[in-house]
Design a protein around this ligand. Structure first.
Ligand SMILES: NC(=O)c1ccc[n+]([C@@H]2O[C@H](COP(=O)([O-])OP(=O)(O)OC[C@H]3O[C@@H](n4cnc5c(N)ncnc54)[C@H](O)[C@@H]3O)[C@@H](O)[C@H]2O)c1
Length: 365
């Protein structure tokens, strides 16, 4: 199956260091959270390399984003907190994405966040170890660096996570590192904030949000002037980095943490990049400075270890991703861009609000 139906862009033609072919494609990979924003880009890329894929997902955002590869994967609809009995049968390795994937959803239900992001990750990794499954690639986050002194931090920084999301990711990292001592080949990828197009679109990630705001309201808000720094990476590079980590020789990656980012950007710069791109398409954009909210995330990360160790260098810039986004989404379709399904916190709030009433009936209609 082709990873992507569109012709290769100039960025696509630059190598990012991922080997052209999988070293051992005759493998079954379990991708938890494979129906999510990153998963829906990752899974077709795994299939294109010849892997077989089993997806475990409780489908918070529906099954429709899987349409392009639904017939090529085994879909297990389930919750990562209650692993289905035969989930790991025949599996050679795991790429673990499932869980609450940002600060607002983690704060919305800290207990669920802890169960999913912290405890379920530990439990899944232990289950892999019992089965003598080695490779376990974990989607951690650069937000673990938030709160440190200004400056660029590498993987050795003494992080002090405080927010529910970062604390849960750190707990999972620590348990995975412990299990590495017992034979698990855990690879911890601290992803920057991801941007770009996915069949399961998220418009609650800064670059994608700016594109949506530019198209829907013609107005980009710079909270506190937008001077905060953020490490960022394109969703396809993020997926390729996971594949590179999965395929790397075990001695290079066992128990290693890698930051995954293209570059660090200031939010203000991102707004200007998006505004410029949308203006080129003939739409006027207004940039407005607004008051800073109480919680401002501000951190920068180094990306040298990933390129030094694995030879992997994310290749797609924000400009390229924005230009591609503008060409792939229906820019006049406000309903699509403002659909609550594309904003994790809004969607989970809605589901939570509706659940008690829906549970009283056998069907929705
Ligand atoms: N997108 C980013 O900017 C970013 C940055 C750093 C790290 N990450 C991490 O990458 C992973 C994937 O992020 P994403 O952007 O694709 O998020 P997403 O919210 O789009 O996808 C998460 C997927 O996991 C599923 N899921 C959630 N809880 C589950 C559970 N308990 N059991 C089974 N399935 C469950 C959801 O249904 C969804 O399909 C997350 O772990 C996230 O923390 C994402």
């Amino acid at each position: 199956m082709a990873a992507d139906a569109t012709p290769p862009s100039p960025a696509e033609q630059r190598p990012n260091g991922l080997a052209p072919a999988a070293p051992d494609p005759d493998q079954l990979i379990l991708v938890t959270g494979g129906a999510g924003y990153i998963g829906c880009v990752l899974v077709p890329r795994l299939l294109a390399r010849g892997y077989r894929v089993r997806v475990l997902d409780r489908l918070y955002f529906g099954e429709e984003p899987l349409a392009g590869f639904r017939d090529s994967v085994e879909l297990v609809v389930g919750d990562v907190r209650e692993l289905p009995a035969r989930l790991l049968d025949g599996v050679d390795g795991v790429i673990h994405l499932a869980g609450l994937s940002n600060d607002p959803t983690a704060e919305f239900n800290p207990e669920a966040n802890w169960q999913m992001n912290a405890l379920a990750t530990e439990h899944l990794a232990r289950a892999c170890l019992e089965r003598e499954l080695e490779r376990f690639v974990f989607a951690s986050s650069c937000s673990l660096y938030d709160g440190l002194e200004p400056g660029i931090h590498d993987e050795s920084a003494a992080i002090e996570p405080r927010a529910a999301y970062a604390v849960s990711k750190r707990y999972a990292e620590e348990r995975l590192l412990e299990l590495t001592e017992q034979g698990l080949v855990a690879v911890l990828l601290r992803n920057g904030t991801v941007y770009g197009h996915s069949p399961r679109m998220r418009f609650d990630l800064v670059v994608n949000t700016f594109v949506k705001d530019a198209l829907v309201s013609g107005r980009l808000s710079l909270h506190g002037g937008g001077w905060m720094w953020r490490p960022l990476v394109d969703v396809r590079d993020c997926a390729d980095a996971m594949i590179a980590a999965y395929e790397a020789p075990r001695e290079l990656v066992r128990g290693e943490i890698f930051n995954v980012l293209h570059s660090n950007y200031q939010i203000r710069e991102l707004a200007m990049l998006v505004a410029g791109s949308v203006q080129l398409a003939g739409r006027p954009i207004e940039l407005v400075e607004v008051e800073a909210p109480t919680l401002l995330r501000d951190y920068e990360c180094a990306n040298a270890k990933l390129s030094r160790t694995l030879g992997f260098i994310p290749r797609r810039s924000v400009l390229e991703a924005v230009s591609e986004l503008l060409s792939r989404i229906d820019v006049g379709n406000r309903a699509y861009m403002t659909d609550p399904r594309h904003y994790n916190i809004r969607w989970l709030e809605l589901l939570t609000e509706l659940k008690p009433a829906l549970d009283k009936f056998a069907s929705v209609l």
